[in-house]
Design a binder for this molecule. Structure first.
Ligand SMILES: NC(=O)c1ccc[n+]([C@@H]2O[C@H](COP(=O)([O-])OP(=O)(O)OC[C@H]3O[C@@H](n4cnc5c(N)ncnc54)[C@H](O)[C@@H]3O)[C@@H](O)[C@H]2O)c1
Length: 348
């Protein structure tokens, strides 16, 4: 049995308690402390697990029993907290989004690399059994080449004080696409269209289209104003199509052996007809039930022990951020925008 690693959770608001619970019950971790500027909140959460509650980040970082910190504070605070933790030699897992700009996120990734600590992003959905299975199906060629990915994430949501609907919800869709697409999400252009029908000062309904290499297209629809809740991702492949309906526990994943076939031939012959429909079986892969955050904290521990980047490392967080920034530029300009930089998965 490996020795456990010590962790402190920073931020005891809405999401921090989920991290604290998963670290506490993980065989890989010892939850050592909860830190929040609001000491009452920290104390309430810490009491559930019999650990220390602190207000001062410096106190947490000076504690030699703490090997790592998990940051669940608002996005604009991720950078200063992560940089202080990295400078103290602590491994870091950060909630999405990695930072509120790619420039700051790049500094975080460089600092972690220079210090030799793990920087992980909690792209929670990438640790759900459904997305892990979907990735397996993509990797083993079951779907063929990916032609399109369409993701819908709509419900009645809280209008956030600091971010629009793209920055609040689309990190989920983009991180799923980044995880499923071979080599990660590298759109050649991003077009965002948003609406603010209530006059809140920020987009509450958003549509984000991405041209992907090889002629494929990615699309995400995010919406805080929808009375119905939909969480659906369709991955259209040249061989099969996968549909993930996260709100259907009986059949979250469906694989359709149905699609359109084009017979080989000239472009003219193809456009004139020569199209046939493939009407094969539909099947539902069996999925184990496991909380995504339990798998996420396990991956964080393994990456630290093995000295390797985690499955969702800083560069994955950066790729998602660069698409969000391109979307922001596109919203402002009304034109397609090209994401800056091209981030390959890290090798070390
Ligand atoms: N992975 C997911 O599915 C998921 C879901 C929800 C939220 N999140 C992310 O989690 C993060 C936190 O979101 P939330 O909804 O829990 O926010 P929240 O506002 O409910 O809680 C944030 C907490 O951080 C504390 N805080 C703020 N600045 C701090 C600092 N400098 N040091 C210590 N504590 C500080 C606040 O007092 C508050 O208790 C965000 O990045 C959000 O995007 C992720």
């Amino acid at each position: 049995m490996n020795e456990t690693l010590g962790v402190a959770v920073i931020g005891a608001g809405y999401w921090g308690p989920n991290l604290a619970r998963n670290f506490h019950y993980s065989p890989d971790w010892r939850l050592e402390a909860i830190c929040d500027l609001d000491l009452e909140r920290a104390t309430g959460l810490a009491a559930k697990f019999g650990v220390a509650a602190v207000r001062s980040l410096d106190e947490v970082l000076a504690d030699p029993r703490v090997d790592a910190v998990a940051i669940a504070t608002p996005a604009r605070t991720h950078y200063p907290i992560a940089m202080a933790a990295i400078a103290s030699g602590k491994h870091v897992v950060v909630e999405k989004p990695l930072a509120d700009s790619t420039q700051l996120a790049e500094e975080m990734a460089s600092a972690a690399q220079a210090t030799g600590v793990v920087l992980m992003i909690d792209h929670t959905y990438c640790y759900t059994p459904a997305v892990l299975k979907a990735r397996e199906l993509v990797e083993d060629g079951h779907l063929g080449d990916i032609l399109y990915i369409d993701s819908v994430r709509i419900n009645l949501g809280l209008v956030q004080p600091d971010v629009d609907v793209f920055w609040d919800l689309a990190p989920h869709d983009l991180s799923i696409m980044d995880f499923l697409l071979p080599g990660g999400l590298h759109p050649t252009s991003v077009t965002a269209v948003g609406a603010d029908p209530l006059g809140t000062g920020k987009a509450c309904v958003g549509y984000l289209s991405m041209d992907l290499p090889g002629g494929a297209i990615g699309h995400a629809h995010v919406n805080w104003l929808s009375p119905t809740k939909i969480r659906q991702v369709v991955v259209g492949g040249s061989r099969r199509t996968l549909v993930w309906d996260d709100l259907n526990p009986q059949q979250r994943l469906s694989v359709y052996d149905r699609g359109v076939d084009l017979t080989a031939g000239t472009l003219e012959a193809r456009t004139n007809a020569n199209i046939s429909y493939r009407l094969g079986d539909t099947w539902a892969p069996a999925l184990q039930e496991r909380e995504a955050l339990a798998a996420m904290v396990g991956e964080f521990a393994e990456a630290i022990r093995d000295g390797r980047p985690p499955r969702t490392d800083g560069t994955a967080g950066l790729r998602v951020l660069s698409v969000l920034e391109a979307a922001r530029v596109s919203l402002q300009s009304g034109r397609a925008s090209r994401p800056s930089g091209d981030r390959e998965p890290s090798r070390v």
